[in-house]
Design a protein around this ligand. Structure first.
Ligand SMILES: Nc1ncnc2c1ncn2[C@@H]1O[C@H](COP(=O)(O)OP(=O)(O)OP(=O)(O)O)[C@@H](O)[C@H]1O
Length: 226
């Protein structure tokens, strides 16, 4: 299998908690990351994205060792629940930041932004300010910004937690379509087993700072084998 992500004995201590991650994620897969609160799911994402400094092991993304690669240079986009749009910038500009942090966009860059906004159902929203958008629209904008970054790995940290069930379902459908069309590798933290089963093809269960189970999504609820 081609691996998008491999963590080998990756260790880190934070506030008295020891984390030790071993994990292999096939390229193009959609993995639901599950586990109790405080088990280390967000920490796993921060390690992959390069926001935490580890003290053991290796992180490989797309087969490349990330030891000396800064977060901004990693082949990764992160999308959070509170989707971090800049309140003082309109939607076009917020998404454009995904193309060029200095906002120096050529014609092709501007087309990329417009296409991404269309793709997530926000054509015509270019001049809108984040405060005038609904929660679902803000989440769509965050997806558009991830899309224009063109990174092969997308990490979603409870992206729909703030949305009501119907919108959650709708946004899940959009995410599934984007995954199918773009072929990126998705890891999504979710506490909802039904959502995991609907969207993902694999799961990872984290407990006490370690991956304790992983496999096909159909086995998500099977009893744990030690
Ligand atoms: N920078 C830090 N300093 C100290 N402790 C930390 C730090 N970051 C995380 N922790 C602790 O590590 C543990 C794992 O945190 P993490 O956010 O990864 O859990 P999680 O599985 O994502 O939880 P949740 O589902 O509640 O979001 C928690 O007990 C948290 O308090």
């Amino acid at each position: 299998m081609t691996e998008a992500i491999r963590l080998g004995g990756v260790g880190l201590t934070l506030g008295g908690h020891r984390f030790l991650f071993d994990l292999a994620v096939p390229a193009g897969s959609f993995t639901a990351v599950t586990g109790p609160s405080g088990s280390g799911k967000s920490t796993l994402f921060n390690i992959i994205a390069g926001f935490e400094t580890t003290d053991a092991g290796r992180v490989l993304l797309g087969g490349q060792d990330m030891e000396t690669v800064l977060p901004g240079k990693r082949p990764v986009s992160l999308v959070f629940q509170d989707n971090n749009l800049f309140a003082h910038l309109d939607l076009f500009t917020n998404v454009a930041l995904g193309v060029s942090p200095s906002l120096r966009l050529d014609a092709a860059g501007r087309v990329l932004v417009s296409e991404a906004l269309s793709r997530v159902g926000l054509a015509g929203f270019e001049k809108r300010m984040p405060a005038t958008l609904s929660g679902g629209e803000r989440q769509r904008a965050a997806f558009a910004r991830a899309l224009v970054r063109k990174r092969p790995i997308i990490l979603l940290d409870e992206p729909f937690a703030a949305l009501d069930p119907e919108l959650r379902h709708q946004m899940g459908g959009l995410l599934a379509a984007l995954h199918r069309d773009e072929g990126f590798t998705v890891l999504m933290i979710t506490h909802d087993p039904d959502e995991a089963r609907r969207l993902a093809d694999r799961f990872v269960l984290i407990e006490g700072g370690r991956v304790v189970r992983e496999g096909e999504i159909a086995d998500l609820r099977a009893p744990r084998v030690r």
